[in-house]
Design a protein around this ligand. Structure first.
Ligand SMILES: [Zn+2]
Length: 202
């Protein structure tokens, strides 16, 4: 059994005192760490009474309550949809895979779980084969929304530091690329997915 929030918090306070800051971890020395200069960790706050509601919980409606598909869809089949961002991003392409119906990862039945694996491999392979892409990162967090969405983040080949788990942070900093290049890649991904199943929406 994992420790409760109170137990973790008590251990933090025992180390640095209430309102104290934990020491900076060695991530600052990682080659992929995006920032230089003096940084300090945020002060860890005391435990909340309950988890904050995510989109699709409590009084925060999910996108699927008002529209069939998430914003900026590029491909769909009967049960799955791939969307992208509203325009070019710092990273060359970001796509999101969602079930059409409102389900989180732990709620998928075995058939949906199998389809998730298959589409993940298709989408990863298609994005990784785009010109100038070095790698595709596949991520699932879920602290923001309760409707399952996997992130597929393509990174540019041969750029030092812009690697690994800091992809989202680098994405926020890099200047977005040209619209026509991005749109061409989006269309290519949608068309290639449609050669497996479903249909392109762009
Ligand atoms: Zn939903």
């Amino acid at each position: 059994m994992a420790e409760s929030a109170e137990e973790v918090y008590a251990r933090v306070v025992a180390q640095v005192g209430e309102g104290g800051r934990l020491p900076m971890p060695p991530v600052e020395e990682w080659d992929i760490f995006p920032w230089e200069g003096e940084l300090v960790p945020k002060v860890v706050g005391p435990p909340l009474d309950a988890e904050a509601p995510r989109w699709g919980e409590g009084d925060k409606p999910c996108h699927c309550a008002t529209q069939e598909l998430p914003d900026h869809p590029i491909w769909r089949n009967e049960r799955w949809v791939v969307s992208t961002t509203d325009g070019p991003t710092g990273m060359p392409l970001m796509c999101f895979l969602h079930p059409v119906e409102h389900q989180d990862l732990h709620e998928l039945d075995d058939e949906m779980a199998g389809e998730l694996g298959q589409i993940t491999v298709w989408l990863h392979r298609i994005m990784a084969r785009l010109t100038n892409i070095g790698r595709v990162h596949v991520c699932k967090w879920g602290d923001g929304g309760s409707h399952l969405h996997l992130w597929f983040i393509a990174r540019t080949a041969r750029l030092p530091h812009i690697l690994g788990s800091m992809a989202v942070e680098w994405n926020e900093m890099l200047p977005p690329g040209p619209e026509d290049v991005w749109r061409d890649d989006v269309r290519r991904v949608a068309a290639k997915l449609a050669s497996h199943d479903g249909r392109a929406l762009v």
